[in-house]
Write a protein that binds this ligand. Structure first.
Ligand SMILES: [Fe+2]
Length: 364
């Protein structure tokens, strides 16, 4: 199904939001739909690990339940920020103002923009060029539809958006919503047309509007914070870009590990504490050791935490960076505030020609 497309669906549990990453396998260009502020490091790491060049971070609408990560994505990748032009001047920071019929290209593939107002005036649905996938935001949900009772919501308008812009897509077009609160990940146009209890089956506009106007939902908890922040495309009040660490260029991998590049560690070797967690017998092997490193095999680490100084950032290292990744987790859980795994371990360290000492402590 995804032969000609790189596709990932991501989830933010706090707001039950889905984020979608779509990439072109040929050009490696990509777009992300509805990235969440708090998940920025995760989403950013995935883009990087898949070797993608992010062209745009687009939102399906101005969200009321979470803050978009679009501005952070622009800061870290230089991508454009896309949202509907129908919000007018209320929306700041976006440099890709989209309207019905526009295309968002990433290499050869593109997303077609369909205006699907109703939840808000500026809601759009993004449809892949082959009409096989539709990203419906908070318009059509799986067996549901987005609420229409705040932010210029209008149930009648939503009825027309769904029936004319989404249900007109092919039966087998997959529906990927902006949220799901019950663990459902995707649906299809035919399925929703038949089984959606709000708008499927034989119901008409009056039935839909009657249903939607009597949902009696509580006011969204985040609305007072989320809407103003989203009107700045997710730019924080203080303009500060959150970083995984304040002491060095630490990155969070998609696996969730904090890691740092060997070149930086070599240049700042006096400012960090290198902790080698390999087995004793490995230390004399050809890869050598980093001068000044402390040795505690991973299996002994939990019982010897008191031996590790806390006055400097701790950089665990091992053969290839896996066991030291586990050491990084153990140290973080033990309350070490500044820890980052040495990316690639001694293998990468030696491969790029950084200095080592041998078993006698002499430069090797
Ligand atoms: Fe929403």
């Amino acid at each position: 199904m995804f032969k000609n497309l790189i596709f990932r669906q991501l989830f933010d549990a706090a707001s039950s939001t889905y984020t979608y990453l779509l990439g072109d396998p040929q050009s490696r260009q990509a777009v992300v739909i509805d990235t969440v502020f708090e998940q920025h490091f995760r989403d950013r790491a995935l883009v990087e690990e898949l070797g993608l060049e992010l062209i745009a971070a687009v939102d399906t609408h101005c969200h009321a339940d979470h803050v978009t990560g679009a501005w952070l994505m622009q800061q870290s990748t230089g991508c454009r920020i896309g949202i509907s032009k129908r919000y007018g001047d209320a929306m700041q920071g976006s440099d890709l103002r989209l309207d019905h019929g526009d295309r968002v290209a990433f290499g050869k593939p593109y997303l077609e923009v369909r205006a699907t107002p109703g939840h808000t005036d500026g809601c759009v649905t993004y449809v892949t060029d082959d009409h096989r996938m539709a990203f419906t935001g908070d318009c059509l949900l799986i067996r549901g539809a987005g609420r229409c009772d705040f932010q210029q919501g209008n149930a009648s308008r939503m009825y027309h958006s769904i029936t004319e812009q989404i249900f007109s897509l092919p039966d087998d077009c997959l529906v990927f919503p902006g949220h799901d609160y019950s663990g459902r990940t995707m649906s299809s146009v035919a399925e929703e047309r038949a089984h959606n209890p709000r708008i499927g089956g034989q119901g008409d506009e009056r039935d839909f509007v009657g249903f939607m106007e009597n949902l009696n939902l509580p006011h969204p908890k985040q609305i007072a914070v989320a809407v103003p922040a989203n009107q700045r495309s997710g730019k924080p009040d203080d303009d500060k870009t959150p970083r995984p660490a304040d002491w060095g260029p630490v990155r969070q991998s998609y696996a969730g590990l904090l890691e740092i590049d060997p070149e930086w560690v070599a240049q700042h070797i006096g400012e960090v504490h290198v902790l080698d967690v390999r087995q004793r017998e490995e230390l004399d092997e050809r890869l050598g050791r980093i001068a000044g490193a402390q040795f505690i095999p991973l299996g002994e680490l939990k019982n010897r935490l008191a031996e590790i100084p806390k006055d400097k950032p701790v950089i665990p290292v091992c053969h290839a960076g896996m066991r030291s990744g586990q050491a990084t987790v153990i140290l973080r859980q033990a309350g070490f505030p500044r820890v980052a795994n040495l990316r690639g371990g001694m293998l990468l360290w030696q491969q790029i020609g950084l200095p080592v000492v041998n078993s006698t402590g002499l430069a090797g």
